[in-house]
Design a protein. Structure first.
Length: 245
């Protein structure tokens, strides 16, 4: 499939970028809808998005660059070449969450309540964005004989982008149903990080293009930290941020 969606004044616009933008827009709209329900100002959500989205994109790029430094140290001009590919969701989450923390402190907003609101649509955005990997012929797994395998360079491989897309969509549906039943502020972000990390750990084991730290797959290491951290955060926040009924 052609990676180029369309061209404007001779500049190619890639499907990957279109899908990422679509996911971010939908995620923001979902956050605005949820903000109305929980009593957060819509303007605060939009203002946060103005800062968090670009910082998240920068974080996604720098995370990828750091773990491919052997190449980028010799090609410094390519470090900020977003169009050249190479984005990591963990870097985006780190950048976005740090931005959100600083923003809520400045605006005197409950960080956990805001995090639950703006991250509600994150797994849906990820589910959509993963299809950009399919179009680019990347983020796939190793050889397989399974009937749903896809052919890349003449080899039938695991469609790991599809596995993660389905997993993320499932997380979004679960969180959307669960959000009105949460027992403490921060429960949505805790469940999101824990569930995403759990699925990513197993899916990453099938991939052939993982970012590595020595012999370890970096995404699996981060995922283990996410699962353990999520469990600890659940125990702590369920006592500290309990919602009075």
């Amino acid at each position: 499939m052609d990676r180029v969606a369309f061209s404007i004044f001779g500049i190619d616009v890639m499907w990957y970028g279109v899908l990422m933008a679509t996911g971010m827009i939908l995620g923001t709209l979902i956050a605005i809808k949820e903000a109305k329900r929980v009593g957060i100002k819509e303007d605060d959500v939009l203002d946060l998005a103005i800062f968090a989205i670009p910082v998240g994109l920068l974080g996604a790029r720098l995370y990828y660059v750091i773990f491919n430094w052997e190449y980028y140290s010799q090609n410094v001009s390519q470090i900020l070449n977003f169009r050249g590919g190479g984005m990591a969701i963990h870097g985006a989450l780190i950048g976005g969450i740090l931005t959100g923390y600083i923003f809520t402190k400045i605006r005197n907003i409950d960080f956990w309540k805001m995090a639950d609101t703006v991250l509600l649509g994150m797994p849906l955005a990820q589910a959509i964005g993963r299809w950009g990997n399919f179009i680019n012929g990347e983020a796939h797994g190793g050889p397989t004989d399974l009937p749903w395998g896809i052919v890349v360079d003449g080899v039938k491989v695991h469609p790991t982008f599809l596995y993660e897309s389905i997993w993320n969509l499932g997380i979004f549906i679960f969180l959307w149903i669960f959000r009105k039943k949460k027992k403490y502020e921060g429960q949505i972000i805790v469940y999101y990080i824990t569930l995403y990390s759990l699925g990513r750990f197993f899916i990453e084991g099938l991939r052939t293009d993982s970012l590595m730290i020595g012999p370890l797959r970096m995404a699996q290491v981060i995922s283990l930290v996410g699962v353990v951290g999520g469990i600890i955060a659940h125990i702590y926040l369920s006592k500290k941020n309990k919602i009075e009924e």
